[in-house]
Structures are given as C-alpha cells and as structure tokens.
Design a protein around this ligand. Structure first.
Ligand SMILES: [Zn+2]
Length: 184
C-alpha cells in the first residue's frame, strides 16, 4: 500500500489507542506509530539483490527486533531526563518507571509494524507479497482486494483513518476531558 493507505490504517488503530489509553497517552502512541508506519517500506532503497521488497522488513522477526531495539534505545535517555528533572526540582519524583516506558514503546512500535504488514496484505501483492514468517517460511498472504497504488483504496483508507481519529478525539474531549474541567 502507498503512504496514504498506511497512514490511514495507522490512524484507525490510533483511534482505538485513544479510546483504550485516554487522550494524552493515545495521542503519544499514535504519533509514535505514525513515525514507524512506513519504516518497512524503506527496503525499497536497498538493492533488490540484498533485500527484496516486502521481504525481511515485513516479517514478525523484524517487527519484534525493531520494537526491542527502539524501546531499549529510548528508555535510558527518557529515565535519565526524568532523574535530571527530579534533581533540579522540576518534578518531585520519577513519574514513569523505566519498565513501563519500555513496555509502552515496544508495544506501540510492534503494533505499528504489524499494522503495516496487515495493510499490505490487502493488496494483490504480485511478485511482492509480505513475508511475515521470514526466514522460516516464504508464505505470502495476499487478500488481493486492490493494487498497492490503487488511488481510491489509498484515499478511502486515509479518509476513514482521519475521520475515526478526529471523531475519537472529539468523543474523548466531550465525555472525558470537558466534564473534569466543567465539573459536570
Ligand atoms: Zn510495505
């Protein structure tokens, strides 16, 4: 799928995150997922003889590895920043424990990449089917609903994602955030 389609399905999942995690955490999760949404397709810039498109970067192994590395990379500087803030009296105590930060980022990155793989399985795939079980199996699921460059599908996915995300934000603002301010 093209950029619009991937952003669309990511926003659909992001809407679920806002509902499940609340507006602030859900929006942070969505922002991280949007940053990772197209990472698997960066394989197009690597020579086909080294890594084939929709091959290793569209697999469970790659997804879990990138989630592990990303979470491990962000957790230390995040915790270091918190400790600095405590030392300088900007906050009174560590707000989020490192294991929670790690689990959050690992989960969000993994969900983002799994969403990418699932979105690509909507397409016909042609010679470029996703390989979720790489390197164990070359099984390539493809639902064949459209081609990756189908403008209508990409536009529809993006429109659905934006609509769902905006509606969820408005819903949360109206039912969760506003009442706490207005004392309803
Ligand atoms: Zn892809």
């Amino acid at each position: 799928m093209h950029r619009e389609g991937h952003y669309g399905t990511t926003l659909l999942v992001g809407a679920g995150c806002v509902l499940g995690l609340g507006i602030v955490t859900g929006m942070i999760a969505t922002a991280v997922m949007m940053m990772y949404a197209r990472i698997p397709d960066q394989d197009q810039y690597i020579p086909e003889s080294i890594i084939s498109h929709r091959g290793p970067t569209h697999s469970i192994v790659f997804t879990l590895t990138l989630a592990f590395i990303s979470a491990s990379t962000i957790t230390y500087p995040f915790h270091f920043g918190q400790q600095l803030a405590v030392e300088h009296n900007l906050i009174t105590t560590v707000l989020i424990v490192p294991s929670t930060v790690w689990a959050f980022f690992a989960g969000v990155v993994a969900i983002s990449l799994f969403t990418h793989i699932i979105t690509d399985t909507l397409t016909k795939g042609g010679g470029f089917r996703v390989k979720p079980l790489w390197p164990v199996s070359s099984w390539g699921p493809a639902l064949g609903l459209c081609t990756a460059d189908d403008e209508r599908w990409n536009a529809a996915l993006l429109a659905s994602g934006v609509t769902a995300f905006v509606a969820t934000i408005l819903h949360e603002l109206y039912y969760s955030v506003l009442p706490s301010f207005a004392g309803f």
